[in-house]
Write a protein that binds this ligand. Structure first.
Ligand SMILES: Cc1ncc(COP(=O)(O)O)c(C=O)c1O
Length: 377
């Protein structure tokens, strides 16, 4: 008997290739019999969760039996004050992933609209587009992973409903000043929405020069996405938001599942916005670690790409897959970029000072073992 019943499943789902995330700590501990594993693969905050946020989560644990307030008004109000914008423009989601999904479902027509982005890009844009029955178009990044505006514009037609940009970009760390984005926006058709994913904007400096928040406020077809997963250290609680034109915020709010942001995520988000010291300490750590890792990787002969994010993309002289695997056996998880179509590239998230040093020492040992091996063979 055939138990698969494929005929019951939508064709987009039959063809769906699930998101491939970085490896987990427990998985690697079990596989290699290790007690300690360092994860520098998913661009999380190397300081963990701020102590003041942990305190708030503990204090509010007893509220977990309650439904959250629909619409997350208190949190949207606090984000509005933090960014100095009207809270009615803000919609929070279960990670910015949820906002990406909602944007596609609210604005694009299955089988008619198309979506455009650079290649490579954050894979959720493509996965959710396909799931929604939308054509997903991609134009290659320019030299050194820069944004080839003309190439991207060449994909856009009257049926292009959304263009996704990531600034700073993932996985390269490349970033453009917002004025370049504004020029690109001015060339888009009236029927196209520009979505600028600023998941890593807190690590770019100066932020005001790179962020397109002001552009979003003065136009009708620009959306900016932000997340609490990186700088704010809350990846596991799932909290992100979009800054929308007023009309679009209204539609997104209408269709969002009412309780997708859970009650502890909301309380934690409120507390995280208050904790300036944690954010400053994170920023200092990331900037220091980014310089240190960049210098050390270059000294090892790797090609290092300038980054405005909390990770560094690099191209080693030796085989990237071999390096990734050998780091795993030493209990260090980084991100191979094969799934982005970048065969011999690796991405390492900036860790704390100790993690960065351990990564550098291990990589040096792996490279010198390998060069001794190459020499003897
Ligand atoms: C470019 C980009 N956008 C969005 C996200 C997802 O963020 P969230 O955790 O808020 O869903 C990520 C996560 O790594 C990312 O790299």
């Amino acid at each position: 008997m055939n138990n698969f019943r494929h005929e019951l499943i939508r064709s987009e789902v039959l063809e769906f290739k699930p998101y491939s995330s970085g490896l987990g700590i427990d998985e690697i501990k079990d596989k290699y019999g290790l007690n300690q594993v360092i994860k520098m693969a998913s661009n999380e905050n190397p300081l963990g969760v701020s102590p003041s946020v942990q305190e708030v989560i503990r204090k509010n644990a007893s509220l977990a039996f309650r439904y959250p307030t629909p619409g997350n008004q208190e949190l949207c109000g606090a984000i509005g004050r933090y960014l100095d914008i009207d809270p009615r423009r803000i919609v929070c989601g279960n990670g910015s992933d949820e906002i990406i999904d909602l944007l596609l479902r609210v604005t694009a027509e299955p089988g008619i609209s198309n979506i455009a982005a650079f290649k490579p890009c954050f894979s959720i844009y493509q996965l959710q587009s396909r799931l929604c029955g939308l054509e997903f178009r991609q134009s290659p990044l320019g030299s050194e992973f820069s944004f080839d505006w003309n190439g991207l514009l060449g994909l856009v037609d009257e049926q292009t409903r959304i263009v996704f940009l990531t600034n700073p970009d993932n996985p390269s760390g490349f970033a453009v000043p917002s004025r370049e984005i504004e020029k690109f926006y001015s060339k888009l058709p009236e029927s196209t929405i520009l979505v600028i994913d600023e998941a890593y904007i807190d690590f770019a400096s100066p932020v005001e020069q790179y962020s397109s928040l002001k552009l979003a406020l003065k136009t009708e077809r620009v959306v900016v996405l932000r997340t609490f997963s990186k700088m704010f250290g809350l990846a596991g609680l799932r909290l992100g938001f979009g800054v929308f034109p007023m009309f679009l915020a209204d539609y997104i709010r209408r269709v969002r599942l009412p309780f997708s942001v859970n009650i502890l995520a909301e309380k934690a988000g409120l507390a995280a916005l208050e904790d300036l010291i944690f954010r400053q300490t994170t920023l200092d750590l990331i900037l220091r670690g980014r310089d240190y890792l960049g210098d050390e990787l270059s000294a090892m002969g790797c090609r290092v790409y300038p980054s405005q994010a909390n990770f560094i993309m690099f191209r080693p002289l030796e085989d990237a897959e071999m390096i990734f695997e050998k780091l795993l056996t030493r209990g260090i998880i980084i991100r191979p970029l094969k799934s982005y179509g970048l065969q011999n590239f690796l991405r390492v998230s900036i860790g704390n000072d100790q993690e960065n040093r351990t990564f550098v020492t291990s990589l040096k040992a792996i490279l010198s073992e390998q060069s001794a091996f190459d020499h003897n063979n």
